[in-house]
Design a protein around this ligand. Structure first.
Ligand code: IDP
Ligand code: MG
Length: 155
């Protein structure tokens, strides 16, 4: 069955510097997902280490921690039916050479080390990542968006 979920999405520092914030947000809005949290911030070392704990010890870990702190990010929470797999599809594979044409990473990422966008890969990581970047009172689920209204029509 279709599952209503939340996910954590971030425009990474290279995406912000390249002026891709609006382009990336547009693709999630076009898909009908509901934006319920949004902020620009500098990622602290503590946040970066929590976020990327699963990659600690890998050869690219130190560079990844530097990359996510190389400028402000735009952190977001999105909600919707199957939003976790759906947002991974919109983003495309980690490396632009593996990503399907038409995905954000195929269209905009330079290389896998600079792939412009982050998205959670499971419900567990989504809730863990949301908690790193947001307090619950910064999340605004109290409005109804068009996609929710359409889906409710199914009864
Ligand atoms: P994902 O962002 O597609 O979920 P992960 O495997 O979770 O990919 O890796 C997190 C981030 O670490 C990637 O988005 C990318 O920026 C970076 N990364 C992943 N694999 C490599 C690699 O093999 N070399 C360099 N950087 C990598
Ligand atoms: Mg990941």
């Amino acid at each position: 069955m279709h599952k209503e979920q939340r996910t954590f999405i971030a425009v990474k520092p290279d995406g912000v510097k390249r002026g891709l914030v609006g382009e990336i947000i547009k693709r999630f809005e076009n898909r009908g997902f509901k934006l319920i949290g949004l902020k620009m911030l500098d990622v602290t070392s503590e946040m970066a280490e929590k976020h990327y704990a699963e990659h600690k010890g890998k050869p690219f870990y130190d560079r990844l921690i530097r990359y996510i702190q190389s400028g402000p990010i735009v952190a977001m929470v999105w909600k919707g039916y199957d939003v976790i797999i759906g947002s991974r599809q919109i983003m495309g594979a980690t490396s632009p050479v593996d990503a399907q044409v038409g995905t954000i990473r195929a269209d905009f990422a330079l290389i896998k080390e600079y792939n412009v966008v982050h998205g959670s890969d499971s419900e567990e990581s989504a809730e863990r990542e949301i908690a790193i970047y947001f307090n619950e009172d910064e999340i605004h689920d109290e409005y109804e968006n068009m996609a929710e209204m359409v889906i409710e029509d199914l009864g």
